[in-house]
Design a protein around this ligand. Structure first.
Ligand code: BTN
Length: 256
């Protein structure tokens, strides 16, 4: 199945609204990291960097992101800040909402958002990770790097990930056009850059895992509690075991 090519991505992008933003497209068969390519590019317009595989895909907190297979989506959206105002703090939420909406529309699959921007599905008694997002910024750009497992079989993942990873194909048994998903994500992302903060938070919360038991680290201590909501700044509100409320501004949570 030839479900992705530079030509197909450009063709599908032309059919999208994209809210008057123009994107250049860089398409690579193999690269170290699409985020690094986007950062290095001296593009004048906004940019999409898409790769069939990455040899040094990066995750949050210096982790690596497995991206050897040409069955996943590894791409980076780069927005030049000069022309496109928007609060950088909300880019992780915009990206998570954009991916979850695209996957719901094209695949009919409701992924769960683990704050701030992991996308999971139910797997056995726990959860499988389907998508990870790495956002980065400087004074002139913001980038959102998206790694989404699409047509991967479980045998495509290394042993260390077989228990914790999943893909859209593993969930539904079907294969999907990666080009179509990339263009739908880009269209959603562009729209969500433009909407009010209230609307963004409303759309993000539709798939955010709340009322879920979590653990997290703050100032070197591990806490347990329940994810209870998000603040108007997109931070997570947790209710601790002793009933106290706390706000998590950065870092990661675990489902327990
Ligand atoms: C995470 O789960 O910690 C975030 C993973 C982000 C992976 C994507 S794949 C495309 C882009 N290029 C990278 O090197 N990383 C991001």
């Amino acid at each position: 199945m030839n479900d992705m090519s530079e030509w197909e991505i450009k063709r599908l992008l032309r059919e999208k609204n994209l809210y008057n933003l123009y994107y250049e497209v860089i398409y690579k068969n193999s690269t170290e990291s699409t985020n690094d390519d986007a950062k290095k590019s001296d593009n004048k317009n906004n940019l999409l960097v898409v790769a069939e595989r990455q040899t040094a895909g990066r995750g949050r907190y210096g982790r690596s992101f497995h991206s050897e297979s040409d069955k996943g989506i590894y791409f980076t959206i780069k927005i030049n800040k000069i022309n496109n105002s928007g609060d950088v703090n909300f880019i992780p939420l915009i990206a998570a909402a954009a991916v979850s909406q695209a996957v719901c529309l094209i695949c009919g699959i409701d992924l769960i958002i683990k704050w701030p921007n992991d996308l999971l599905c139910k797997k056995g008694g726990g959860y499988g990770k389907v998508c990870g997002i790495l956002t980065e910024s400087n004074a002139s750009y913001v980038i959102a790097g998206i790694g989404l497992n699409v047509n991967n079989d479980i045998t495509d993942f290394p042993d260390a990930l077989k228990k914790t990873a999943s893909s859209l194909k593993i969930i539904s048994g079907k294969t999907y056009s990666r080009a179509e998903i990339i263009c739908e994500i880009t269209d959603n992302f562009t729209r969500l850059l433009r909407v009010s903060r209230e609307q963004l938070l409303g759309e993000y919360k539709k798939r955010l895992a709340l009322d879920t038991d979590i653990s997290f680290e703050q100032d070197g201590a591990i806490y347990k509690g329940r994810a209870a909501g998000i603040t108007e700044n997109g931070n997570l509100i947790a209710v601790l075991e002793n009933g106290e409320k706390t706000v998590i501004q950065s870092g990661e949570i675990e489902f327990i």
